[in-house]
Design a protein around this ligand. Structure first.
Ligand code: TZP
Ligand code: MG
Length: 205
């Protein structure tokens, strides 16, 4: 599966409201989302595996990969296309060994110090941020702004997707900073019309 990072949707039950997860994601994909990440800090593994399987079925035939946040066991059990881990979510080498060579593996990077330790051989892409402060992630690192983002992208050995407070109006600045795409929770998930919200990003690419 070729990895198109241009519009990377992250689902979060606290930010996607009470709407059906699968319907929200399918609508966003109709609007142009190119990657979907299932992120839920509270659900049990069993709940998450069930959600992942339903999402995977809904995405079948679209070419849009399903990536699981943090939970290696869930990614494996659900047959997801990949895993995204943070700096404190365990070992890249272990995740790659468990997932196999074909799976997509992404890592969050916030600083140049972390960038210098990136295991580019075992990873497919990096998530860089936050660009802006955002209520969507508690205790996030110091915001980078577009200058900080550009500086991290320049040092990145892998394609990068920017994250944190990004809206459709930020597509140009994000791409000018060198990132391949934008990762978004609230601007799509929290919009009453996720399809139109995704389309607004796509129309600026
Ligand atoms: N990592 C850094 S910022 C962030 C994550 C998961 C949250 C992004 O959410 P939003 O609503 O697009 O600002
Ligand atoms: Mg994490």
């Amino acid at each position: 599966m070729r990895l198109d990072l241009s519009l990377y949707l992250i689902t979060d039950p606290d930010l996607c409201g009470n709407r059906d997860l699968v319907e929200t994601v399918v609508a966003a994909v109709r609007g142009g989302v190119t990657v979907v990440q299932l992120r839920d800090k509270h659900a049990s593994d069993a709940e998450l595996i069930d959600q992942a399987r339903r999402l995977k079925a809904a995405l079948s035939g679209t070419g849009v990969p399903l990536i699981i946040n943090d939970r290696l066991e869930v990614a494996l059990a659900a047959g997801a296309d990949g895993l995204h881990i943070g700096q404190d979510d365990g070992d890249v080498a272990k995740a790659r060994a468990a997932l196999g060579p074909e799976a997509i593996l992404g890592l969050s990077v916030q600083t140049h110090e972390q960038m210098a330790r990136v295991d580019a051989e075992r990873l497919d892409y990096l998530g860089l941020g936050p660009v802006f402060a955002t209520p969507s992630k508690h205790d996030h690192a110091e915001p980078l702004g577009f200058e900080g983002l550009a500086s991290l992208v320049a040092a990145s050995p892998l394609p990068a997707v920017a994250i944190g407070g990004l809206k459709a109006e930020h597509v140009a600045a994000t791409r000018n900073a060198g990132a391949q795409g934008l990762a978004v929770i609230s601007a799509i998930c929290g919009n009453p019309d996720p399809e139109a919200a995704a389309r607004a990003f796509r129309s600026r690419h």
